[in-house]
Write a protein that binds this ligand. Structure first.
Ligand code: DX5
Ligand code: ZN
Length: 229
């Protein structure tokens, strides 16, 4: 499996007192995507970003945006999310009765489709919708909050997902990891088959690193694993 690993910055973890400065550093560091967490206070017990922030970020930079909808019945917002500029729209498997239809709706609206699995949701649920997916997100924590600890079984889930994709001829699908994507866990995640890394307080916005130094450190870790493969 030789896919370029993409680095993403979880924008909700940025410093909103000076968003422009953080975005400048992300750009200078060559981050691949801005990960936009949208929360509705119902699917998850928290609120986060919105279409206004997407618009603001787009005015400051041209870094592509990838949108993680943590909302119930995400089909209500798919067209709006694409219109707000998302290259990817990711919806939760648990958030709608009609997952396949919602994934189709994302592609029809002109974006790449992502399906997100909460920690307890089995990957067997993906078997009949693999042709409708561009990206699978393994939540390595329960969604809704930054700064949580990785659930150890999720590392096995990444391996199992990559095996499912390889054995069914779907290796082109990206596996994204979201939650406690730390300097410690990144090598294991990439070795297991993750190709999109969402960095929040555990890496890209780590309090002890500048954004530029954090991006460089993540790239170094990824390079090490790629070289070993
Ligand atoms: C949830 C978010 C955050 C993000 C935060 O969907 O996208 O949880 O991962 O990063 P960490 O876990 O590093 O604070
Ligand atoms: Zn997210």
């Amino acid at each position: 499996m030789s896919k370029t690993v993409k680095l993403e910055a979880s924008l909700a973890c940025a410093n909103f007192r000076n968003l422009e400065a953080d975005i400048e550093q992300l750009k200078a560091g060559g981050i691949d995507y801005l990960h936009i967490d949208i929360m509705d206070g119902k699917f998850v017990p928290n609120f986060a970003l919105d279409f206004g922030i997407m618009d603001t970020a787009r005015k400051i930079c041209d870094i592509p945006q990838e949108c993680h909808l943590m909302v119930v019945e995400p089909e209500r917002y798919i067209e709006k999310t694409v219109a707000a500029g998302a290259e990817y729209v990711a919806i939760h498997y648990e958030a709608t009765y009609h997952v396949q239809r919602a994934l189709q709706q994302i592609r029809d609206a002109g974006a790449k489709s992502g399906i997100v699995l909460n920690p307890a949701t089995p990957i067997t649920n993906l078997e009949y919708i693999l042709d409708d997916i561009d990206m699978i997100t393994i939540m390595t924590v329960n969604p809704g909050f930054a700064g949580q600890k990785l659930i150890p079984a999720m590392l096995r889930k990444i391996t199992d997902t990559r095996e499912l994709l390889s054995s069914t001829g779907h290796d082109h699908i990206d596996i994204q990891v979201d939650g406690n994507v730390s300097f410690q866990h990144i090598p294991t995640m990439v070795a297991a088959g993750a190709t999109m890394l969402v960095g929040g307080t555990s890496s890209i916005f780590h309090k002890d690193y500048s954004i530029g130094a954090a991006i460089a450190a993540v790239r170094e870790l990824v390079k090490g694993i790629e070289a070993a493969q």
